[in-house]
Each structure stands twice: as C-alpha cells, then as structure tokens.
Ligand binder design. Sequence first.
Ligand SMILES: [Zn+2]
Length: 400
Amino acid sequence: MRVPIYVVNMRGQPLMPTTQHNGKRLLKEGKATVVKRCPFTIQLNYATGEATQLIKLGVDIGFTNIGFSAKTDTLEVISGTLNLRKDVSNKLEEKRRYRRTRRGRLGYRPPRFDNRKRPEGWLAPSTQHRHDSHIRLVETLATLLPITYKRIETANFDTQKMRHPEITGVAYQQGELQGYEVKEYLLDKWGRKCAYCGNTNVPLEVEHIVPKSRGGTDRVSNLTISCRNCNLKKGDKTAEEFGYPHIQKQAKTPLKAPACINNIRWRLVEQLGAEHTYGYVTKYQRNNLGLEKSHVNDAFVIAGGTTQPRCRPYEVIQVRRNNRSLQLNRKGFKPSIRRQRYPLQPYDLVKFEGRTYRVKGTHCLGKRVILKNVNGKDKSVAIKKVELVKYGKGLFFNLS
Ligand SMILES: [Zn+2]
C-alpha cells in the first residue's frame, strides 16, 4: 500500500504530502533534507507558495485505541491507530505506595488527607491521560499535515434527540439510519448482551418483546437485544410467556444518564475545535461502504472518506523514558539499580559504526547496550562505542 512522504516548508510548517518517488527526487537533487524518520518527513530547502488542499481529519475516540485518518478529496494521506498506555493507574498506585512508606519513616506528621480540594473539571488520572493523549496525537498530526477540518465521534447516538424514545415512540426499521441509532441505544440500555441468556460474544439482534405477529410494535418500549439462538427459541411467545416477565417491565424504563466518558468527548470537541458526529452514523456509512470494523476504518468514515485510495496505516505507541535522576542519596551513596537512570534506554536512537539503530535495552548495569536489527539480528555493543542521536520518547509511528 501507499506510504506518503510528509513535507514541511523552510519555516517548519506542514505542506501537502508527496509520493515516495517525488520525495526521493527532491532528496537526490539536494532540494530537501530529512527531518523525521517515522513518519518519513522532509523539509524543503527553498521557499514555496502555500498551495494546500482541504485535509479532513477523523478521530475515533477510544479507551484502549484511538483511530485516526486524514484525507483530501482524492486520497487518504495518513491513517493508523494509537495504542494507549494501560499502566497509568498501576504506576500511580506504585508511586502512592512509595510515598506512604516514605511518610511512615518520618515519625509523626499530622494527617493532611482531608484538607485537599479537587479543582473544577478534575478527572481521574487514567481518564486525564486518555484525554491528553487524544490532544497530543492531533497536535502531532498537525505538524505533519495542514489539517483544515477535524471531526470526532462523540457518542453512539444522539443523547439529545433520543432523550425519551420509550415515551415519544421512536420506531425501529432495519437497514435505516434511524434504525442504527435505535439499535445503538438498545445496546447501551441492555448492556451489550443478550437480555435472555446474557451472552456477549455473539452477534446481537433487535428483538420484539411482544412479537409483531401478535400485534407488537416497532417502538423502543417493545424492543430488547438478544442473540440469534434465544430469538429463534422465543419464537412467537412474549417475553413473559418465555419466562422473563421482568424484561417487559424494564423495556419501559428509559436509559439512565450517559457515563463519564462522554465528558471527555465533549471536552475534546471544544479543545480541538472539531465537529462532532455519532457512532450510529459511522456504523451505517461503514456498512454501506462494505468496510470491515476497525478503528482505522471508523476514523476514515468519520473523516468523510468514501472511495478514496487508502494508505498504509501506522501503529502508534507512546514511549516514556525513565526520568529518575542519577543523584546520590542522603548518605552519599549511589542509588540502587532500580533507581538509577541508565544513559541509554529502549527506543533511543544511536549511531554505531556510521549507521543509526534503535536501542532495545541495556545490560551489565548499563555498560552494554543491545541494538535492534544490526544486519538482521539484535546486537550487544559496549556503550562507549555508540553515540546518542536522539532520545526515544513521545509518539512512535510504526508502519503496520
Ligand atoms: Zn441469548
């Protein structure tokens, strides 16, 4: 698949991306220099006009993955998924444990746990990290591409419009945009599992509590979610006859307020100055285009993509260096190995025998370093023989 080359002008502002062929030519003629390896970005050495096209960026918000895709009217220019870190709350728990033992060593100190106030708009650290990661990703993409327009999927369905579908009598019709919204609403309401057997790992269908053959309507108050098997087994019985009288009652009570994640969704829309769309619209359009369900494809649809040629997606990871400083402790001893900051760490970029490599890790107390892919193999080298080119931290774009 196509891998575009990103171009920045003399002032470092992004221009339209170019092809591999064109990028190679510019580099050969000395008209450009490489400024970033991955994604491959070049900087022009001569002044140009800023003839840019409209680039639309779509972001698929997620808990574990963020999908992104940017496109012009004619082709997709970048796409990929960011894998969010999962260790934030564990790390904070660890930090808390160290702090507690440290405070315990100091003899008596008055308790101070109850004079803290949470500022307005406070989020749990793991949620805050998710929020910040979305912003950081979009900001990074904006250094590669002149993005003119952003769009985010805020919720699965329009919570304003679908306020009381049970009462207002919204109807379900298969294969319709409205039908998708009703189904998303029902999935949320019934906890994304079969209402009868509780199965989650099966395709779920919309199910009529009082069957249509016996005068049941398509209204939300008569619908639930079930798996194929239960749906067939139930046949033309009502839920009560099938042995689930509580379901009939539950169907009439509206869905409770949306969860806290919606909070960060709206915050992102505001902070990024983006437009918003709904999950049911994305799903409907993705199915119409015949695309597989994935974060990249969702983002492509959110960006308004239709039949544009796609590019090779990136897999983005977040890398953090160990920042513990190499200071002596209170008694003047060197810190323990655990506390030591090694001069080189994984993902750092180093020069060895005239070529650059990524560091895989260190050993022998940081005196030797393992380099990735030296003539096809990992190689252990004395740290004196390598030279640091760049610290490895932040977002890493790997071609998948
Ligand atoms: Zn079932």
